[in-house]
Ligand binder design. Structure first.
Ligand code: FMN
Length: 351
């Protein structure tokens, strides 16, 4: 039988099917089920910064500080200990209960509160941290570069507080995504040269010399709203992806594979084993799945592995590294095909 084991950000995984962050992984029972269903690793539900800030602000409404600054600081600090305290417990319980790597997930829009908290997650036993960062740049006066700097700062601040690997999970909406990914995954001052990658990093005791992301998750699928034209109101869009949504991820996996110094993760639109094979052929180290589990149940994890093994058998591959990145731009004889945006006759005479 083909070997599906792999590494991801230096962790050993029995297979490359990682359960993505969602309500399914927000409690111990869910984590246990995902592990029993065969997941290679599990990303816990994100702890949301906005949620904590909202809780803190709610507390503040009822607090009478009588003009004392410390009281304000205390409430801010207390707010950080509410949900996050439970989250630390979830991390350590999950680590005791299941064998697979546990990746804690933080939804950050700033780094002020989170850098120290990331350190607590490490001490609670998290094998890695995933930073789920999505900044909505809605202000007309907000310059693009400033928005990007927020991403870099969040990553940098967390990286300097932990020794465990840190992945960045981002959405697809960026100018110059290749440059953005390059900046996220390389610290130009300290990183090993391009393509030597993460494996060349050194982490001296107590001093972290590598500030780039260890993993890049492509891509988060954000909450979408729809419009009810009869009630004249905003309503929830479909929370689940469809397999047709895999293409944007495939494009960027294949463009970045071999060109960034970190592990790439395929996410959004991966619904079965053949989709997972596509992501690996494009250059993904592992895939993350969410919608297919809500739609098809946790049995999908084993089914996907069987489908992957059947494909590997058919194509004569024994290990994932035999074919990973085979269809990346870096290994292509026709790199220009990966950059094609417009429809032309070349592909099947569409026009
Ligand atoms: C109900 C639901 C809750 C989610 N919650 C989170 C979350 O807390 N943090 C996060 O990073 N992504 C969250 N996601 C996004 C998923 O982790 C995943 O990135 C996205 O659904 C795309 O993958 P898919 O096509 O396999 O569904 C959520 C998705 C769904 C459907």
């Amino acid at each position: 039988m083909a070997d599906l084991s792999t590494t991801y950000m230096g962790m050993s995984l029995r297979n490359p099917i990682v359960v993505a962050s969602s309500s399914m992984t927000g409690n111990l029972a869910g984590v246990r089920k995902c592990a029993a269903a065969g997941a290679g690793a599990i990303v816990l539900k994100s702890l949301f910064e906005e949620q904590i800030v909202a809780e803190t602000n709610e507390l503040e409404k009822y607090a009478d500080y009588s003009g004392h600054g410390e009281a304000h600081d205390y409430v801010q600090g207390y707010g950080m200990e509410l949900g996050p305290q439970d989250y630390l417990k979830l991390v350590s319980d999950a680590k005791h209960e299941v064998e697979v790597p546990i990746i804690a997930s933080l939804n950050c829009i700033s780094s002020e509160r989170w850098a120290n908290y990331a350190n607590k997650l490490e001490h609670a036993g998290a094998d890695a941290i995933e930073l789920n960062v999505g900044i909505m740049p809605t202000h007309a006066k907000q310059e693009g570069l400033k928005v990007l700097e927020q991403y870099f700062k969040i990553l940098h601040d967390v990286k300097t507080r932990v020794k465990i690997p840190v992945a960045m999970k981002v959405g697809p909406y960026f100018t110059s995504f290749a440059h953005f990914a390059d900046r996220l995954t390389h610290d130009r001052a300290e990183a090993p040269p391009f393509a030597a990658g993460r494996r060349g990093m050194t982490r001296e005791e107590g001093k972290i010399t590598w500030q780039g992301a260890d993993g890049l998750v492509l891509f988060n699928r954000f909450y979408m709203f729809d419009i009810d034209i009869d009630k004249l109101e905003l309503v929830h869009g479909n929370p689940y992806s469809t397999p047709a949504e895999i293409h944007y991820s495939l494009r960027w996996l294949s463009l970045l594979a071999g060109n960034v110094g970190c592990d790439l993760v395929g996410n959004t639109g991966i619904h079965d084993g053949r989709d997972a094979i596509k992501a690996l052929l494009a250059g993904a180290m592992v895939v993350q799945i969410c919608s297919t589990l809500f739609l098809n149940g946790l049995e999908q994890i084993v089914k996907m592995q069987e489908q992957m093994q059947a494909w590997m058998r058919e194509h004569g591959h024994n290990k994932l590294c035999d074919f990973r990145g085979l269809l990346s731009q870096a290994r292509s004889e026709h790199p220009e095909h990966h950059e094609r945006l417009q429809y032309i006759k070349l592909f099947g005479g569409i026009e």
